[in-house]
Design a protein around this ligand. Structure first.
Ligand code: SAM
Length: 285
């Protein structure tokens, strides 16, 4: 018996500019045995704009039927079909349907592969001007004020850059709430990526919040928020012990202060004053 060649292909589609449909994505859509999409009418527009019609069937897979479609998708892949999954825009599974069906196919021991491409989270992060090395994605903010407040409590200590999706109608309220919590943190409000009115508003939360409440911001929006700067809580006693240890090893005041500031992340001037005082006290003994 030959092995099944079936697979689930998760294909990214443009988030605005139709030119961002990659040649691999186009070929996958054209040649798939079946294409699952959120909205068949919306996806047909994408196909006709790119001048092709998929050879396979076009079926709906959206947030309301994803759970019930898992079984069918698994059966198709198991009998050797190439099944493509797309969403209305961007990468399936990223604040879009896809997570469950991918998990189901993977759990059945069948092949899942990707045709990567546009996603608003990566596009926005990459042009935010904020640190990109470590980041987290929070998706859409909760609708309920209480749940948002719990999230803000968490973000207060979050050191990684945070990416959020937001609607234009709620942007001013959200920015006002976040400015009330962490006004000095830098933020980038990124809107209409890859489209004619693409724009990035950068500044502190306080500044950008004032800006978005003074003018109408339309279109699709991503908020990129700088992580918190967490200063270490170090007791004066710990600094004193560290300085005395340096002196015991023959360090000068200057070298001892340099070492301790680097090791504990404490303020230079205060550490220097303490080092001088310790030296003076030692000489007086
Ligand atoms: N799966 C998509 C992705 O990979 O980016 C995200 C889908 S989510 C339902 C839609 C949200 O993504 C929008 O409300 C907006 O926050 C963000 N988004 C999508 N396209 C965008 C664009 N062109 N510019 C800015 N944000 C966009």
């Amino acid at each position: 018996m030959t092995e099944s060649l079936g697979e689930l292909l998760v294909v990214a589609t443009p988030i605005g500019n139709l030119g961002d449909l990659s040649p691999r994505a186009l070929a996958a859509l054209r040649d798939a045995d079946v294409v699952y999409c959120e909205d068949t009418r919306h996806s047909r527009t994408l196909f006709s704009a790119n001048g092709f019609a998929p050879k396979g069937r076009l079926l709906a897979l959206h947030q309301h039927n994803e759970a019930s479609q898992c079984e069918e998708v698994c059966q198709r892949v198991a009998r050797g079909e190439v099944v493509v999954l797309i969403s209305d825009a961007g990468t399936p599974g990223i604040s879009d349907p896809g997570e469950r069906v991918v998990a189901a196919v993977a759990q059945a021991g069948l092949r899942v592969s990707t045709v990567p491409g546009p996603s608003a989270v990566i596009g926005a992060l990459s042009i935010s001007g904020l640190p990109t090395e470590r980041f987290c994605m929070e998706g859409f903010l909760p609708r309920k004020a209480g749940e948002r407040s719990v999230l803000y409590d968490r973000l207060e200590r979050e050191e990684r850059t945070v990416v959020l999706y937001e609607s234009p109608q709620r942007l001013a309220v959200t920015m006002g709430e976040m400015a009330g919590r962490f006004s000095n943190r830098r933020v980038a409000v990124v809107r209409e990526l890859t489209k004619m009115h693409e724009e990035v508003l950068r500044g502190t939360l306080a500044d950008v919040s004032a800006l978005v409440s003074s003018r109408e911001i339309l279109g699709e929006i991503v908020i990129v928020l700088a992580g918190a700067t967490v200063t270490q809580e170090v007791s004066p006693d710990t600094v004193r012990v560290a300085l005395l240890d340096q002196f015991a090893h023959g360090a000068s005041v200057r070298d001892a202060v340099t070492e301790v500031v680097a090791a504990l992340g404490v303020v230079h001037r205060e550490t220097y004053d303490l080092a001088l005082a310790l030296r003076k006290a030692a000489k007086g003994d």
